[in-house]
Design a protein. Structure first.
Length: 694
């Protein structure tokens, strides 16, 4: 194997923006026909393909000494999976629907049975559908209201262009209907004959909602909504009551909702409230009222209001649940007699139940110091039962049914770890690091009981910090391949997420983005000062926008880190946000700023963009990954970054790039193939720590 790193050819491109001259030696890695490559990867330019394949070969050569170890990691991670696992059946009328896996199966099976739990019917066998393909991911499997058909979608190359099919349940066969260029979501009207779905434009943006009648030519599908603003994406849902099809147009800070009567699929759509910049809202339905979660009227952490169905505009909104600063209402789930809120207060989630008849509320209590909660929406509206999930960094996921009136819970399922797991063998903690401006940054920790806290332990520090997404302190069986070898696993809940409410998000985006990086560095410094680990013993890990985070901090403080794991990293921020044709660019200007029209945005992004700020300094070892058909972080971003790092850095630490040539942003689709990718990344970390032979 050749351990000489590939040298990317230099094809210099010089441009001027806002009076600044920019030189990009590796812009050629972005092919002109990238839209076609998303659909047909075989059309990739041969010079680019050869370079990516040479990078893969180099990465494999460098990692060859731990090839057997990587296989052992894969085997132990696989042994933690219950191979014939299944979800808890969700009742809908006479049936209960669920998903399950078979032993050695990569893909899920979608099934139903009677309410009594017998008469199982396999509605869709993902393994059969995936047979003979290099990539296959199911996006949705939704049954019609009359239980006669399913609508299901699949992505065949990782580019997130889905095809929707309609299947007759009794016959077990698909109808001729093929709905292409779809986003993947599909919603049934109540007649069981119409489906609504979202299509993508030439720039891979969901911009239209179409209505399809089963059995008719898809070319004749009616356009029921088309978004004219390229900065807004379109999404679909259905109200818990089953009354309305919900069409949402949104960017990261503004939304607008339209309703279609699910009993009258050919009928008109109704606007709830016109979009207003920086006003977000989502809608549920109850009788003659809409229940709306919104940040209107200065409710930064959101409140819940009501509005008449017949006159839902803003001037008719009335507070139901008042805004409480610092208590973020993340989600609402509506039932016939109860309203459930998933909130985040002091960085931790909580579930609040409100009885609609008398407005009494109570909270479901939990004991651990750090944990994760999730609401599990079902199909029934007129029910007293809430299903939710709970896990912590030491406790495998538990699924509960909660009786909202009697306030009792029943454990329906606990995630099984076949190879064994005792939560008492591990410790989970929450510490706080002080950032540059005095903000206290929560850090969740997981380590094996008895791990030395004298500064000698290796530590993996994970971060994200964008789009308001908060990394949960939940259970992940793969992490135990690190902590069982003496490493500490840590999550830095940096600004840009919402660990501290909406303010936390606001203070980590746009021209406050540097707070995200400073918070992460503060977390690393705090863990060193607290003797959890030592400088140079930390490996920073992030994916997508989290890859941008670790790319930025390694430019700023390479001395802190012994390695960088950057999965599909968004590292070419300036160039991507300057290209309005790329799929995510216009909708993401509210997140990052618009460097095309704004000189200040240009200067600010240029100041932290990982690709722009590579310098001649000693970097730690780096492993970057990419997906050839990734429409979110295009493959050329990590490829360009790695090329510039190698050409610029000092020292001998390796910089590796591994590209999945048959997948996109989420990587491999099969559950075991996905573990192969995790094993690759973790093997690199353990190799750097010298823990690869235990």
């Amino acid at each position: 194997m050749n351990k000489t790193p590939p040298v990317a050819p230099i094809h210099r491109r010089q441009s001027e923006r806002h009076g600044v001259s920019l030189v990009d030696d590796y812009d050629w890695l972005k092919v002109a026909n990238w839209q076609e490559v998303m659909r047909r990867p075989e059309l990739l330019d041969q010079e680019v393909r050869s370079h990516l394949e040479a990078e893969n070969a180099y990465a494999e050569a460098v990692m060859a000494p731990v090839a057997d170890f990587r296989r052992r990691l894969f085997d132990e991670m696989k042994a933690r999976i219950k191979q014939d696992d299944s979800s808890v059946p969700a009742v809908d009328g006479a049936f209960a629907y669920f998903a399950r896996y078979v032993t050695d199966g990569q893909q899920p099976l979608f099934c139903r049975q009677t309410q009594a739990g017998d008469g199982e019917v396999v509605l869709l066998d993902g393994n059969k559908e995936a047979d003979g393909t290099s990539f296959f991911r199911i996006g949705a499997c939704s049954h019609s209201t009359d239980h006669r058909r399913i609508a299901w979608s699949a992505d065949h190359n990782g580019s997130e262009y889905y095809e929707i099919r309609i299947r007759d349940i009794d016959a077990g066969t698909d109808l001729p209907d093929r709905l292409i260029n779809a986003q993947g979501d599909v919603v049934w009207a109540n007649d069981g004959m119409h489906v609504f779905y979202t299509t993508l434009d030439d720039n891979h943006r969901p911009h239209r909602v179409l209505r399809h009648r089963v059995g008719e030519d898809a070319l004749q599908d009616a356009v029921v909504y088309e978004e004219a603003d390229p900065g807004f994406f379109v999404g679909l849902d259905k109200s818990e009551s089953g009354k309305f099809i919900i069409v949402t147009a949104h960017d990261h800070t503004t939304s607008e909702v339209h309703l279609i009567d699910a009993d009258d699929p050919d009928g008109p759509r109704r606007l709830v409230a016109e979009r207003e910049k920086d006003i977000e809202y989502d809608v549920a339905h109850h009788g003659d009222q809409l229940i709306i979660r919104t940040n209107a009227d200065g409710a930064e952490d959101f409140k819940i209001v009501t509005a008449p169905v017949e006159k839902p505009a803003r001037d008719g909104w009335r507070d139901l649940v008042a805004h409480t600063a610092g208590c973020l209402i993340r989600q609402q789930l509506l039932f016939a007699r109860h309203l459930v809120r998933l909130e985040r207060r002091d960085g931790l989630p909580r579930i609040i139940i409100r009885r609609l008849s008398d407005s009494t509320e109570h909270e479901i209590a939990f004991d651990e110091e750090a944990y994760d909660l999730g609401l599990a929406p079902g199909y029934e509206f007129d029910t007293e039962t809430l299903r939710f999930t709970y896990s912590s960094m030491t406790t495998p996921q538990r699924t509960y049914d909660y009786a909202m009136d009697s306030r009792t819970r029943e454990l329906m399922k606990e995630q099984e770890i076949p190879s064994g797991h005792d939560p008492q063998d591990y410790v989970t903690r929450r510490v706080f690091a002080e950032s540059h401006d005095g903000e206290k940054i929560p850090v969740s920790l997981l380590y094996r009981r008895g791990t030395a806290l004298d500064g000698s332990a290796p530590l993996l520090l994970y971060g994200y910090g964008s789009y308001g997404h908060t990394i949960p302190a939940g259970f992940s069986p793969n992490r135990y391949s690190l902590v069982d070898r003496g490493a500490i696993y840590a999550i830095a809940h940096v600004r840009g997420g919402m660990a501290g409410g909406w303010r936390w998000y606001r203070d980590g985006r746009g021209r406050k983005k540097r707070n995200t990086f400073d918070d992460f560095i503060a977390a690393a410094d705090h863990l060193v000062a607290g003797s959890f680990t030592g400088a140079g013993r930390i490996i920073a890990h992030g994916g997508s926008a989290g890859g941008m985070l670790v790319g930025a901090v390694v430019n700023m403080r390479p001395d802190l880190f012994g390695g960088i794991l950057a999965e599909v990293p968004f590292v070419d921020v300036l160039n991507t946000m300057s290209d309005a044709d790329l799929p995510l660019t216009p909708p993401e200007w509210p997140e990052w700023g618009n460097p095309i029209t704004g000189a200040e945005d240009f200067a600010y992004i240029r100041g932290y963009c990982p690709y722009q700020n590579v310098t001649a300094q000693t970097y730690p070892a780096i492993l970057a990954t990419a997906g050839l058909t990734d429409p979110r972080v295009t493959y050329w971003e990590p490829a360009k970054w790695v090329a510039r790092l190698r050409a610029t850095k000092t020292g001998d630490n390796p910089v590796l790039l591994w590209t999945n040539m048959t997948a996109g942003h989420a990587g491999a689709a099969g559950r075991f193939d996905k573990i192969e990718e995790v094993a690759r990344v973790y093997a690199f970390a353990l190799y750097l720590w010298g823990l690869n032979d235990t």
